[in-house]
Design a protein around this ligand. Structure first.
Ligand code: G6P
Ligand code: MN
Length: 446
């Protein structure tokens, strides 16, 4: 069977990488049609031009359309790869800058930036899944939409039967980093990881060739040598340097890099530039690359410099689709309802654990042993904060949002939580659901 793939949020700079990966697996994953779906029509058209060029360059016959009409996008498709970014980079910039100006971590998916983004993303994603349920109820949704834990919790509540797999490429990104830094082959890893999205730890990295857990040796190398970051984007290089420092402080388990926002908010804030954040870097980098590439294609110049590559982001999602199609039972870290997978964490948390993927969907692996109190404590606070935010969304409750903001572990007190919340309500306008019971209702000036 040949597949019809819809990429939701196709204006993203990651889209060409997904295409190139998919084409490299064309025997296992034959594609008939690719549909680019984005509400930003201008960017989507730019992406169509790039994708069309790449398809011709690779000499493959795949139908390609770009649309902002959900019916055209989803009707009859069998896979949706979703990577929508509600509010685009402009609102990512606000998510990062508003907290920073208040002395708090300003990050896309962590801290209050992640919660502001979460409020927008829930609204857009519920609408998106609604369209898919209407036009392609049998399609598999392979979802990268952030902030993933919040989105997974929302979909579970609103569409409990949706055929969705929530995934994040960070663990495969970390494994690739281990490979590049220390010369391992990650194909030999059987990893055991647990936590929440962007909030977890490796407990074991079993090496199939050597027949043992090599995590202690990896941790030793991280502590003594650090990571090899010379060929990485400078922001990511910095992130991984701090991750190595975090490893020194907590040498028992290998942490997800995103924990640095919760454990060292002081360092993060000190080193950040509140006037030029990651969103600015992306706008001046990845997004500009899209416009530049389109000009090159239109003017037929410097074509050899067009540099899009297949990377882990594309590989993870395409390999998941293949594992479903061929019922391969490949193993991925995925974001699923806990239900005992981590035995001493609440049942109704949405956690990130290893899972097998096959024709039935996802089969999570139980960790069986309890996790340490340090991790459990951090996780439980985060789960409660995320759940409160999702409650706030469904109940339109200012009070729940305020509680979520206060409980977030990057926030030192309720006063600043409220300041941030009120600023974010203003900045987001109708991109958030209306929250009732807040200052606009309570504090009328007479
Ligand atoms: C990783 C994370 C994604 C996140 C991205 C941000 O891939 O898993 O969830 O969105 O990094 O990267 P950027 O280059 O946009 O800052
Ligand atoms: Mn992620």
């Amino acid at each position: 069977m040949k597949n019809i793939i819809t990429i939701a949020g196709s204006g993203s700079g990651y889209t060409p990488g997904i295409l190139l990966t998919a084409l490299s697996y064309k025997d296992e994953f034959p594609i008939k049609e690719i549909r680019l779906y984005d509400i930003d029509e201008e960017r989507n058209e730019q992406m169509r031009i790039i994708m069309d060029y790449l398809l011709h360059r690779e000499n493959v016959d795949v139908e390609l359309i770009a649309t902002s009409d959900p019916q055209v996008a989803f009707y009859g498709c069998n896979f949706v790869f979703s990577q929508i970014r509600a509010g685009g980079m402009k609102m990512r910039e606000m998510d990062e800058k508003i907290p920073l100006k208040l002395g708090l971590v300003g990050q896309e998916t962590c801290g209050l930036g992640g919660f502001a983004y979460g409020m927008r993303s829930m609204k857009s994603f519920v609408e998106l899944v609604g369209f898919i349920q209407e036009y392609a109820p049998d399609a598999w949704i392979l979802n990268y939409t952030n902030p993933e834990s919040i989105i997974a919790e929302t979909v579970r509540r609103r569409f409990p039967k949706a055929k969705i797999i929530n995934a994040c490429d960070m663990t495969i990104g970390i494994e690739e980093l281990l490979e590049n830094s220390f010369g391992y082959d990650r194909q030999n890893f059987i990893s055991t990881y647990y936590g929440l999205n962007h909030f977890g730890w490796y407990r074991e990295i079993y090496d199939v060739q050597r027949g043992k857990d090599i995590m202690p040796e990896i941790i030793e190398k991280i502590i003594t040598q650090g990571f090899k970051t010379s060929d990485l984007d400078p922001s990511w290089a910095k992130t991984y340097q701090l991750m190595a420092e975090m490893q020194q402080d907590f040498p028992q388990y290998l942490p997800n890099n995103y924990l640095e926002y919760y454990l060292y908010p002081n360092k993060i804030v000190e080193e950040a530039n509140p006037d030029y954040t990651r969103a600015n870097e992306i706008m001046d980098g990845r997004l500009k690359q899209i416009t530049d590439t389109v000009s090159k294609i239109k003017e037929k110049r410097d074509l050899e410099t067009i540099n899009y590559q297949s990377g882990v982001h594309g590989q993870y999602i395409v390999r998941m689709a293949i594992s479903i199609l061929h019922s391969r039972n490949d193993r991925f870290m995925l974001i699923v309802p806990n239900r005992g997978a981590i035995p001493n964490v609440r049942e109704d948390a949405v956690v990130e654990v290893p899972c097998y993927v096959n024709a039935k969907g996802v089969e999570p692996i139980s960790l069986r042993d309890p996790i340490p109190d340090f991790h459990k404590g951090l996780m439980e606070a985060q789960v409660a904060a995320e759940k409160l935010l999702v409650d706030a969304f469904f109940e339109h409750s200012y009070q729940k949002a305020f509680q979520a903001f206060t409980l977030n572990q990057t926030v030192p007190n309720a006063t600043v939580a409220k300041q941030a919340l009120d600023e974010m309500i203003k900045a987001n306008g109708d991109q958030w659901v209306e929250l009732k019971g807040g200052p606009t209702y309570a504090s009328v000036n007479y």
